[in-house]
Write a protein that binds this ligand. Structure first.
Ligand code: FES
Ligand SMILES: [Fe+2]
Length: 339
């Protein structure tokens, strides 16, 4: 039985950045316990094969790409992006052998520098794309740092949770000793859940002092199963939009991808990218370590057991969306807090 709900299993998932799938090379990836071999065929299309040669089960991701097909290092069988076996060295393929000896191929879609794969035949025709994902009025850049220990769901909860930012990320995002009075509003849209933080000034952390002039509110929205988008809005316009995608690799590991989008014109794209990276690296390292520690404790005790505190305004709603439930649409009463 899969460790993931059907709703997660039957979605499209981001498995790589386009720039990680280099022509002529294979890229291994793991999606919900299924190892994959990614590569580009002769026309540049990405192929995703289950990482198991149908012949003697050698890992295809260790192979090379020749003439647009992935070549198994063991006996040299070659497979096209649709899985068809196109060559068995030293032998003639009989009619029908291409299909009979095919590797298992998955549906792939490449959009705005992201490679999505559907593991399940029940996935929709196209991957769902978050708001502004390809908006040409914004500068975009991608960030990726391998596969992390922990559950994808706990990482989603981490980014939807504003209360850890002043503590775990003290000094970088917010400060635990200088807090703002804020109003928190949770709003359900049925198939997504948003938390808006109304706050009249930028945070006291280094990141906001450097990147923001003004702030009216920020909104974090969970789009199940694996996407969270955080938007920082000033008086006149969007300051920063971060779209984070947490792809489950195994039950205890996930591969995070983040897309940073900022309005064009404020500063050169390279400068914004350099500034964001400067503050991002320590913050990300803190979250990575925290998720790993948390996962270690849950593994030790065999299961998670969470208390719901006064700041845990989302309750079990994230988890219900993760499992594929819909929530009744509507807005909670604003909750005052100090962040
Ligand atoms: S195991 Fe792959 S070609 Fe034989
Ligand atoms: Fe964090």
């Amino acid at each position: 039985m899969s460790a993931f709900p059907d709703a997660v299993h039957s979605a499209w998932h981001m498995v790589a950045l386009s720039r990680q799938v280099l022509p002529g090379k294979t890229l291994p990836a793991v999606l919900m316990d299924t190892p994959l071999a990614l590569f580009r065929d002769g026309s540049g299309q990405v192929g995703a094969l289950v990482d198991r040669c149908p012949h003697r089960n050698f890992p295809l991701s260790l192979g090379k790409v020749r003439q647009g097909a992935i070549e198994c290092p063991y006996h040299g069988w070659r497979f096209a992006a649709d899985g068809t076996c196109v060559d068995v060295p030293g032998c003639q393929l009989a009619p029908g052998d291409g299909q009979r000896l095919a590797a298992s191929a998955l549906r792939v879609a490449e959009r705005h520098g992201a490679v999505f794969v559907a593991l399940s035949p029940h996935a929709p025709a196209e991957p769902w794309l978050p708001p502004d994902f390809g908006n040409p009025a914004l500068d975009h850049f991608w960030w990726q740092q391998g596969t992390w220990a922990g559950r994808a769901f706990d990482a989603i909860e981490n980014v939807m949770d504003p209360f850890h930012t002043g503590h775990l990320h003290h000094g970088f995002i917010r400060r635990h000793d200088r807090r703002h009075d804020v109003q928190l509003v949770v709003q359900s849209h049925g198939d997504s859940l948003a938390m808006t933080i109304h706050q009249s000034a930028p945070d006291h952390g280094l990141m906001s002092r450097f990147l923001e002039r003004e702030r009216t509110h920020s909104v974090s929205t969970y789009y199940p199963p694996t996407t969270v988008q955080a938007r920082w809005e000033g008086e006149r316009r969007l300051t920063l939009c971060v779209t984070a995608i947490f792809t489950p690799a195994t039950a205890g590991s996930f591969t995070p991808f983040a897309r940073f989008s900022t309005p064009k014109g404020l500063a050169p794209a390279w400068l914004k990218q350099a500034a964001i990276r400067l503050f991002l690296d320590p913050v990300v390292a803190q979250d990575r370590r925290a998720l790993e520690q948390q996962h270690g404790v849950m593994q030790h005790f065999g299961h998670p057991r969470f208390a719901t505190g006064p700041g845990d305004l989302l309750g079990d709603r994230l988890h219900r969306l993760w499992k594929g439930e819909r929530l009744p649409p509507g807005s909670d009463d604003p909750v005052p807090a100090r962040l």
